[in-house]
Design a protein around this ligand. Structure first.
Ligand code: PBG
Length: 323
């Protein structure tokens, strides 16, 4: 037997490929800012900019024209709007609902996913409300449910709670249904690990300098697999339509186990640190950025993902088109 027969030519390799990467696999993660500036570079995320609503709409148009099915919005909030109780998160005139309305109006054919989380809005940078040193679970869940409804009202298609509080999926689902938004989906950040790979994101949204302590009492221990399965099971029971694993590349085993166990729409978040690492190695000439980006995205597909949230969605979509 000679297995190399199947690798001899490009057409043969393509013909027997088990996994494919398509533009429909990409969800573009983008950052909207209330700074008043149109485009501001983020040094630790080369190629990613904090965008005004106007600039974001322009990019959403491009993303949609390239065939990208959806984008996921994260906010960079000015310090004056941050507070202990994160009240700006529920403001229907806030930057995120404004961005959602603008995109839905100008580019109605692209799906809009919104993060439901308090961290961009808290003065301490945590995803939950605090009492002393403690992150409060149930009051946070209550606040998140209100944020979810407000964002659904603004036109979001999918809400994505990313806080890792217990019981939030059920609470958000109930709140959406009660408010008449039964058709708004939930993508749960079901297995979200307390990771060192989030650094550049925190730079981008402005929480790296304000975050006090770490998130280990609510995000998962990177050592754990069984708990990841329980988190997913619970979120699905509570009404999640799809689940996500975050970060991506260091957790391919978790993605694979989840897909095999539950067979539900399963996504990976290729987080800021994964992206920045590859960009940095590419810029130094140590690795071929284009090639490793494609290789890592393919690895998510091979592991069983239905799609990948990535900062690289637009450049990858362009590459796929010209390939
Ligand atoms: C928290 C949140 C995080 C990211 C998005 N929302 C992680 C965190 O700050 O703990 C990370 C995204 C990335 O690194 O690209 N709600």
């Amino acid at each position: 037997m000679r297995l190399r027969r199947l690798r001899k030519t490009d057409w043969m390799r393509r013909m027997v490929a088990e996994t494919r990467l398509d533009v429909s696999d990409l969800i573009w993660t983008c950052i909207v800012s209330d700074s008043g500036l149109d485009r501001v570079d983020v040094p630790s995320l080369p190629g990613v900019q904090r965008l005004s609503v106007k600039a974001l709409v322009e990019e959403a148009r491009k993303a949609s024209d390239l065939g990208i099915p959806a984008l996921a919005i994260f906010p960079n909030i000015s310090p004056e709007f941050k507070s202990e109780d994160a009240r700006e998160a529920a403001n229907p005139k806030g930057i995120v609902p404004e961005a959602v309305r603008a995109i839905k109006k100008a580019v109605p054919e692209i799906g809009v996913i919104v993060d439901v989380a308090l961290d961009p809005y808290t003065s301490h940078g945590h995803d939950g409300l605090m009492e002393g040193e403690t992150i409060l679970n149930d009051p946070t869940v209550e606040a998140l449910a209100k944020v979810g409804v407000m964002l659904a009202e603004a036109g979001a298609d999918i809400v994505a709670p990313s806080d890792m509080m217990d019981g939030r999926i059920g609470a958000v689902r109930d709140a959406l249904d009660d408010a008449g938004h039964a058709d708004v989906s939930i993508m749960s950040y079901a297995a979200k690990f307390a990771s060192g790979f989030y650094g550049p994101y925190r730079d981008a949204i402005g929480t790296s300098t304000t975050l006090k302590g770490d998130k280990r009492t609510y995000q998962m221990n990177p050592a754990n697999m069984n708990i990841a399965l329980r988190e997913v099971e619970l979120d699905l029971t509570e009404g999640a339509d799809m689940v996500m694993v975050k970060p991506g590349m260091p957790y391919l085993d978790v993605i694979s186990a989840i897909k095999q166990e539950f067979a539900r729409p399963t996504f990976a978040f290729q987080v800021s640190g994964e992206y920045a690492m590859m960009k940095a190695a590419g810029a130094n000439g140590w690795l071929d950025y284009d090639r490793i980006m494609m290789e890592t995205l393919m690895s998510f597909k091979r592991a069983g993902c239905d799609g990948i949230l990535t900062y690289a969605a637009l450049e990858v979509a362009e590459k796929l088109k010209s390939a």
